[in-house]
Design a protein around this ligand. Structure first.
Ligand SMILES: Nc1ncnc2c1ncn2[C@@H]1O[C@H](COP(=O)(O)OP(=O)(O)OP(=O)(O)O)[C@@H](O)[C@H]1O
Ligand SMILES: [Mg+2]
Length: 383
């Protein structure tokens, strides 16, 4: 692996061109780097702010190889990527971070859980499903998860009673005890090529009950300092266990009895870290660029408390997105508006977000919720 980058002429490749790739690219461009995006959708959000786009899917080995060969370092905004070609290129000395081996491990939620468990990281009780009968092992209710390919709550199923077995996930899966959740917490952790690790503040994720998508994020989380310390310790240990370079979103549960359990790790910038753009000295998006290009990590200091709210596509609409309420919402003090530039909206699709800063987090929360009520992402087609 070559660590001697020429920072005056650095080419970064990003696999995936959605909102995460877009903000990563903006930060890389701020630092003067040349950015190429690989994504199947022409003029995807990230391509709109990058130097170049290679149009290709995330399993298109030729296009992936082209991106890696034409970049000094390649990174990701999503984990569901073909790893066979990446492993060959990585073993051949190309800079790919996090490594395709880490990616492959994370792609299989069961293997991920097993590794964390083996390294002494607390996780919910889990069991691999080999035959239908195994679904009954923990009794009911129980959570069933597909091993691969899930995102935004897809691939996660609550089996309330034995009757629900008939509608269980058919793909390779495992079950998990249903955790009695007090709060869902997350920590963004950065690790650079030298092995330096840096954690962002612990945040609290709030969910849209209808679809189980993370809806809002409060930074910092409303937890006491003992718990905060423990969460940071567990998040750091999880990333050490993975041995990856880049940015990692560690999702955790704080249980009603005060336990902390790791749910899953995303090997890329994470929705729970959007707030860092306005709220922290270095955003998660700049941090990943620093981490994968062998630069020192920036400060993760929280400059102001904040609340981030995702702008999800309204139910009942698709087609070209239409923003409602922007005039009124942007009059809210210390509100920052992000719109990703996706060409079509769909119900619950992540179309943008707002972050509201205030030293008093309850004020930030109240203003963010007001923005959420005002801003509506509708579409040109009623469905
Ligand atoms: N063992 C569990 N007990 C209780 N609730 C759970 C459990 N596992 C998952 N959940 C709930 O389901 C949500 C989605 O689960 P998970 O994060 O594993 O799936 P995902 O599809 O990767 O979602 P995302 O992409 O939103 O992170 C969690 O945030 C949590 O609310
Ligand atoms: Mg999750």
């Amino acid at each position: 692996m070559n660590k001697d980058f020429n920072y005056s002429n650095l080419k970064i490749g990003i696999i995936g061109g959605g909102q995460l790739g877009k903000i990563m690219s903006q930060k890389a461009k701020k630092m003067g780097f040349f950015v190429t995006i690989l994504d199947p959708t022409p003029n995807c959000p990230a391509a709109q702010v990058s130097d170049r786009q290679i149009i290709g899917g995330f399993h298109d080995t030729h296009k992936i190889e082209q991106l890696v060969r034409e970049s000094d370092v390649t990174t990701f905004e999503l984990e569901n990527v073909e790893t066979s070609i990446l492993k060959k290129l990585y073993d051949g000395g190309h800079n790919i971070h996090p490594s395709p081996y880490v990616l492959e491990l994370i792609q299989d939620k069961y293997q991920q859980k097993k590794l964390l468990d083996a390294k002494g990281i607390p996780v919910p009780a889990y069991k691999k499903i080999l035959e239908t009968r195994d679904l009954e092992s923990f009794g009911f209710p129980v959570i069933q998860k597909a091993r691969r390919g899930g995102y935004d709550g897809k691939g996660v199923l609550l089996l309330k009673t034995q009757e629900d077995i008939s509608s269980a996930i058919e793909a390779e899966s495992f079950i998990e005890e249903l955790v009695d959740i007090e709060k869902e917490l997350a920590v963004i952790v950065a690790r650079n090529i030298e092995g330096e690790i840096s954690c962002y503040p612990v945040v609290e994720m709030l969910f849209d009950e209808r679809v189980n998508i993370c809806d809002s994020v409060m930074a910092p989380a409303r937890i006491d300092s003992e718990i905060e310390k423990k969460v940071i310790e567990i998040a750091t240990a999880s990333i050490k266990a993975l041995d990856g370079v880049g940015i990692f979103g560690v999702e955790m549960f704080l249980t009603k009895s005060g336990e902390i359990l790791v749910n899953e790790i995303a090997p890329r910038p994470h929705n729970s870290g959007h707030y860092t753009v306005e709220s922290c000295a270095t955003s998660q998006f700049e941090q990943i660029i620093r981490a994968v290009t062998n630069l020192p990590l920036g400060s993760t200091k929280l400059l102001s408390a904040s609340v981030m709210v995702n702008l999800l596509g309204e139910v009942g609409y698709e087609g070209e997105p239409i923003i409602e309420g922007i005039q009124e919402a942007l009059a809210i003090p210390c509100l920052s508006f992000h719109f990703y530039g996706k060409d079509v909206t769909k119900p619950f699709r992540k179309m943008g977000h707002v972050t509201v800063l205030d030293d008093d987090i309850t004020v930030a929360l109240e203003r963010a919720m007001r923005a959420k009520d005002i801003l509506k992402i509708k579409g040109s087609i009623k469905i």
